[in-house]
Design a protein around this ligand. Structure first.
Ligand SMILES: Cc1cc2nc3c(=O)[nH]c(=O)nc-3n(C[C@H](O)[C@H](O)[C@H](O)COP(=O)(O)O)c2cc1C
Length: 390
């Protein structure tokens, strides 16, 4: 029997993240889709991320009272209704008009933290305004340490003033990953080739929603590059500002300047995890950037056990890269993480149907975590640690 995913327009009919992905594939022009999906080089690591989750075999327990299941937890110093947060992704405005606001609002509605990327299209302040309706919502800011540290200090100050509780330092992207699929769509620097121009012209919904209201800007960078800077100028500035000399002293520098929760993202080695904790990280994200940086890196799930052992409970561990099911979050928990960061999973939702789609993605994952707990014989997230694996 040939099985078909749902790829229509009604997010309520999506029953799995795979349906929202199929909807996004239908709606997005090719170049935007490649930006979203691309892994680096031969995409070995992207595949490994999924394979590692798929390889886990549970030995579920039975005849346990699972009539009440507790899913709330604390991640990165913030309360969350499920063990997940929306992780940082830049340039979301290419997928949906004001996608950052849509994601932030969906996260606030469901009671999960939202992390704004420095290279987001919506500013720190606009995110704060968009989530004002939910005074308890948790906002995090992802940072790169730009060469010009004054820019970083300004972002920290703005985050503090806007009530952001947590900063996430990305450490695995000092150079841009070698994403061949993405690069093939352009002739010259960031100029789409004619095939992509034609393909984009045939995507009316996208044109109306994203292109006509005006191409997205990197609003957090306005005060550094000016409001009028086009995407080319912004891309040049960002490339110049990426600091390949970044090292542990810089993490200590940041720790001295940020008194909220500090998360270090992009850790794969046990020794690096230990060092991050020594430098004052409250939390670390085991991550290979969704296979978008070093191709050939291990899956983040297979790096988790070593990191967990090295950290030995001295800091919280989060994990991302490849989460597409609620059960994946429980697998990460079983292997030592407190929770998972979502990226493509919620991006498929927002690319399919804006805020409603992002909310649908979160609801699907929450439902799967709840169902998964019951089927594993667990009344709480802590019980998952005691479930055996084959
Ligand atoms: C479109 C896209 C943009 C991203 N932008 C950023 C970013 O600006 N900063 C960052 O730290 N990580 C970024 N990431 C990496 C994610 O935070 C996350 O580590 C990764 O996507 C997890 O893999 P998954 O999407 O397969 O679950 C991006 C990922 C995607 C897919």
């Amino acid at each position: 029997m040939k099985r078909k995913l749902y790829n229509g327009r009604d997010p309520a009919r999506a029953v799995a993240i795979a349906d929202l992905r199929a909807m996004a594939h239908r709606r997005l022009p090719h170049f935007a889709l490649e930006y979203l999906e691309s892994g680096a080089e031969d995409e070995l690591t992207s595949r490994r991320n999924r394979d590692a989750f798929d390889a886990i075999e549970w030995i579920p327990r039975t005849l346990r009272d699972v009539s009440k299941r507790a899913m709330t937890t604390v991640l990165g110093g913030s309360h969350s209704s499920v063990p997940m947060a929306i992780g940082p992704t830049g340039f979301n405005g290419m997928l949906w008009h004001d996608a950052d606001l849509a994601l932030a609002r969906a996260a606030a509605r469901l009671g999960v933290p939202f992390c704004l990327a420095t290279l987001a299209n919506a500013s720190i302040e606009r995110i704060a305004t968009a989530t004002r309706e939910w005074p308890d919502s948790s906002r995090w800011l992802q940072l790169y340490l730009f060469r010009d540290r004054h820019c970083t200090l300004e972002l920290l100050q703005r985050a503090r003033s806007a009530g952001f509780s947590t900063v996430v330092l990305t450490t695995d992207a000092v150079v841009y990953g070698n994403r061949n699929w993405e690069a093939r769509n352009y002739r010259g620097f960031k100029r789409p080739d004619w095939r992509n121009v034609l393909n984009t012209a045939s995507h009316w919904h996208w044109l109306k929603n994203v292109y006509l209201p005006g191409l997205p800007r990197f609003e957090n960078l306005d005060s550094f590059i000016g409001k009028r800077a086009n995407a080319l100028k912004a891309a040049e500035w960002i490339e110049q500002q990426m600091d390949t000399a970044l090292n542990w002293k810089d993490l200590e520098w940041l720790r001295e300047r940020w008194d909220g929760t500090l998360i270090v993202k992009g850790i794969m080695a046990g020794d690096d995890a230990r060092q991050a904790v020594r430098c004052g990280a409250d939390s670390i994200v085991v991550s290979n950037h969704g296979g978008r940086q070093l191709d050939g890196a291990a899956s983040s799930l297979s790096a988790l056990a070593t990191v967990s052992e090295a950290v030995a409970g001295k800091a919280e561990i989060l994990l991302d890269s490849g989460i597409r099911r609620g059960m994946d979050v429980l697998k990460a928990r079983r292997l030592g993480a407190q929770g998972g960061l979502l990226a493509r999973a919620t991006l498929y939702g927002v690319a399919a149907a804006g805020e409603t789609g992002a909310l649908r993605a979160l609801e699907i994952l929450r439902g799967e975590v709840d169902n998964g707990l019951a089927q594993l014989g667990c009344a709480s997230l802590d019980d998952v640690a005691h479930v055996s694996l084959a």
